[in-house]
Design a protein around this ligand. Structure first.
Ligand SMILES: [Zn+2]
Length: 283
């Protein structure tokens, strides 16, 4: 079983806190944004200016397309004398720093007021939605529309999988399908699509994906028997990566009492072994 360097233990799921804000009721905190020249060493220089004045608690950095980069982080003040202006002038001392914004906490909370959302790919905005909300929408849709609702979920999952597959095809290049699919699932796992692990049953041809905490059935009721959105997504994703249609089934599902959800993805000519009663194939 391939686990991409992370513990596959079902009881050891680690999730990263969402970092659009920081609570600090006992000490002043800051959110800092610095625009720097995107050259080797510039990020290290920014970080090296902070240890005496700021206890850094969370940060992120990324390149823009114009030869610059953004560093953004939250930190707790180490001195009551610190101000927004003093921090800003400290960071502007480096010739590699082009611009800087600093915001101090108000009533124990400081918010990232610089960013206006997230994106999963260039010009593809994303939002943070609690898994329970997504799961309940799927549940509600299937309850009201029955098999029609399941079809909508599969097709919408599939449409999204095609879009993402097209983007990842460009990014992941032309290596072996097994490795590119593993890399893609590693990205999905880090983005909250469940603790996905993958077993290559036949290289380039048949894969078994296990979702220890599948988001689709995380908070579902009693009306569903499969995770069609995720299955549609995975089969379209791998079809795009392989440039060939795959078929799919979900032989195990938490909605049918199994401990995990399991998705089998295979080339059209491959056999779909391991199917249980109630699993739905193809489409
Ligand atoms: Zn499932």
């Amino acid at each position: 079983m391939f686990n991409w360097g992370i513990s596959g233990s079902l009881v050891n799921v680690i999730r990263r806190p969402y970092s659009g804000f920081y609570f600090s009721p006992d000490v002043k905190a800051y959110h800092m944004v610095v625009k720097i020249k995107d050259v080797p060493g510039s990020l290290s220089i920014v970080l090296s200016m902070l240890p005496d004045v700021i206890d850094l608690v969370d940060c992120v950095s990324y390149s823009l397309e114009d030869g610059t980069a953004i560093w953004s982080g939250f930190g707790r003040s180490l001195s009551p004398k610190e101000t927004e202006e003093s921090l800003k002038s400290l960071m502007m001392r480096s010739p590699l720093v082009l611009d800087c914004q600093v915001k101090e906490s108000v009533n124990g909370v400081v918010i990232d007021s610089f960013h206006k959302g997230l994106e999963v790919a260039p010009n593809r905005p994303a939002m943070v939605l609690p898994v329970a909300g997504f799961s309940r929408i799927c549940d509600h849709l299937a309850r009201i529309l029955g098999t029609g609702g399941e079809t909508v979920l599969f097709e919408e999952g599939s449409a999204l999988g095609k879009l993402t597959g097209r983007f990842l095809n460009e990014k992941l290049g032309k290596g072996k399908l097994d490795m590119r699919f593993m890399a893609a699932l590693g990205m999905y796992r880090a983005s909250g699509w469940g603790s996905l692990s993958i077993e290559v049953e036949r290289p380039g041809s048949k894969f078994r994906v296990t979702a220890a905490d599948c988001p689709e059935c995380a908070d579902a009721g009693r009306d569903r028997t499969e995770c069609g959105f995720i299955r549609g997504h995975l089969v379209s994703l791998i079809s795009m990566l392989a440039s060939e249609e795959f078929k799919s089934e979900e032989p195990r599902c938490r909605l049918r009492g199994d401990k995990t959800c399991e998705f089998v993805l295979a080339r059209q000519e491959d056999k779909m072994a391991g199917r249980r009663t109630g699993a739905r194939a193809g489409r």
